[in-house]
Ligand binder design. Structure first.
Ligand SMILES: NC(=O)c1ccc[n+]([C@@H]2O[C@H](COP(=O)([O-])OP(=O)(O)OC[C@H]3O[C@@H](n4cnc5c(N)ncnc54)[C@H](OP(=O)(O)O)[C@@H]3O)[C@@H](O)[C@H]2O)c1
Length: 325
C-alpha cells in the first residue's frame, strides 16, 4: 500500500510557501482536510488545527480571534457542510447558510490576521449542469446549476468570488481549487450519505459476506466519472500553495474517467465478490459524463501517483480496519 505520500517532483522554482510555514487547516477531520494535514506534515510544515467542538467556524468573531492568535502563513479552507443529493435536497438552508458563514469567517479572518496564502476548496459539482466535457475552469457561471445542489453550489461559488475579491481589492494571494470526485481513507461509508465509490465498496463487501449470488446496482452503469485519491488531491493542494498565484480556480482531477460499470467490476475484484452484478435500468443515470479539463494543473507539473485500483484496495483495507477497531 501507499506508504510514502505522493507528490510532484519539487523542481527548483521559488516556493510561495516558505519551508516550515505555519498552516491552519480548517476541517482537518474531514476526508480532504486530514489528507492535507498528512501532506503538509510530511513536507515539514507546522500544521495548526482546531476541532469543531472548540471552534465553530460559522462564528466569525471567534474565528477571527483564533486566527489573530495563531497568525498562520497560510490557510487551507477544507471545512464545509458537505452531503449527497438527499441531504442537499432536505436541508438546503443549512447547505447555503453554513457554507457562506464558514467562508465569510475564515477568509475574512485570515485576511485580518495577515495570512499571506489561502486555498479555498470548491468542487467540480458547482459547474453548470450542461458544462462542456472535459469541463474547463472557464465554464464556471456560464449556465444553470444542477437543481438538487443549487444552494450548496451557490455558496461555494460565492467562496470563489470572495477569494478573487480579496485578490482584486487587497492584492491577497488567495486561490481556489476545484476537485473532482475524491475517495480514500477518511471517506464516509454510511450508505445514507456516502459517495458512489465507498457505497460500491460496502455493497460488494456485504454481498460477498452474505454469499449473495447477485448484486443489483442503480442505473445502466454507462455514465462516465472521474475519481482522484485524496492523497493525490492533497499533493495538488500543496503544489498550488507553493506555485500558483492567480485569480482563476484550478481543476484538480486525474484527467481520465471510466464507466460506473468498469468501476463496479474493479470494486468486485478488490472485494473478491464472485457473484453476478445486475443493473436496474429503471433507475436514473444522472449526467452521462463528468470529467475535468486538468490542463492548467498539469502545466504546473502535477501528475497523480495512485492508480485507481490500488487506491480502492487501500481504501477498502482502511475501512475494514476502522470496522474492526
Ligand atoms: N469529498 C469529495 O469528493 C469532494 C470533491 C470535491 C470537492 N470537495 C470539497 O472539499 C471540501 C472538504 O470536503 P470533505 O469531503 O473533506 O468533507 P468532510 O469529510 O465532510 O469534512 C468537512 C470538515 O468540515 C468540518 N466542519 C463542517 N462544519 C464546520 C463548522 N461549522 N465548524 C468547524 N468545522 C466544520 C467538519 O468537522 P467535523 O469533523 O467536526 O464534522 C469536517 O472536518 C469541501 O469544500 C468540498 O466541497 C470534496
Amino acid at each position: 500500500m501507499t506508504t510514502d505520500l505522493p507528490g510532484p517532483p519539487r523542481e527548483r522554482v521559488p516556493s510561495l510557501l516558505r519551508p516550515g510555514a505555519r498552516v491552519f487547516v480548517a476541517g482537518h477531520r474531514g476526508l480532504v482536510g486530514s489528507a492535507v494535514v498528512r501532506r503538509l506534515t510530511a513536507d515539514g510544515h507546522e500544521v495548526v488545527t482546531r476541532g469543531r467542538d472548540r471552534l465553530d467556524l460559522r462564528d466569525a468573531e471567534r474565528t477571527a480571534a483564533f486566527l489573530r492568535g495563531i497568525r498562520p502563513d497560510a490557510v487551507v479552507l477544507a471545512a464545509a457542510r458537505v452531503g449527497g443529493i438527499m441531504a442537499n435536497s432536505t436541508y438546503p438552508v443549512q447547505f447555503i447558510e453554513d457554507n457562506l458563514r464558514i467562508q465569510l469567517s475564515v477568509i475574512a479572518g485570515a485576511h485580518a490576521a495577515g495570512t499571506e496564502r489561502l486555498l479555498f476548496l470548491g468542487s467540480s459539482c458547482i459547474y453548470p449542469k450542461h458544462a462542456p466535457q472535459p469541463i474547463p475552469e472557464s465554464a464556471l457561471l456560464t449556465g444553470p446549476l444542477e437543481p438538487t445542489n443549487e444552494a450548496y453550489a451557490l455558496a461555494k461559488i460565492a467562496g470563489i468570488v470572495q477569494t478573487q475579491s480579496y485578490r482584486r481589492q487587497y492584492g491577497a494571494s488567495y486561490i481556489s481549487a476545484m476537485p473532482t470526485n475524491l475517495y480514500g481513507p477518511g471517506d464516509s461509508f454510511d450508505l445514507e450519505t456516502s459517495h458512489v465509490l465507498p457505497a460500491l465498496i460496502r455493497r460488494f463487501h456485504e454481498a460477498r459476506e452474505s454469499g449473495a449470488p447477485a448484486l443489483t446496482l442503480w442505473g445502466s452503469g454507462n455514465p462516465r466519472r472521474e475519481f482522484l485519491h485524496v492523497d493525490d488531491l492533497a499533493a495538488a493542494c500543496v503544489l498550488l500553495l507553493e506555485r500558483y498565484d492567480d485569480d482563476a480556480p484550478v481543476n484538480v482531477g486525474c484527467g481520465d474517467d471510466l464507466t460506473i460499470r468498469e468501476l463496479a467490476a474493479m470494486v468486485a475484484d478488490v472485494t473478491a465478490y464472485q457473484g453476478e452484478t445486475r443493473w436496474d435500468t429503471g433507475k436514473p443515470d444522472g449526467t452521462p459524463r463528468k470529467l475535468l479539463d486538468v490542463s492548467r494543473l498539469t502545466s504546473l507539473g502535477f501528475a497523480p501517483r495512485i492508480p485507481l485500483k490500488e487506491g480502492i484496495a487501500e481504501t477498502y483495507s482502511w475501512w475494514l480496519r476502522q470496522r474492526a477497531a
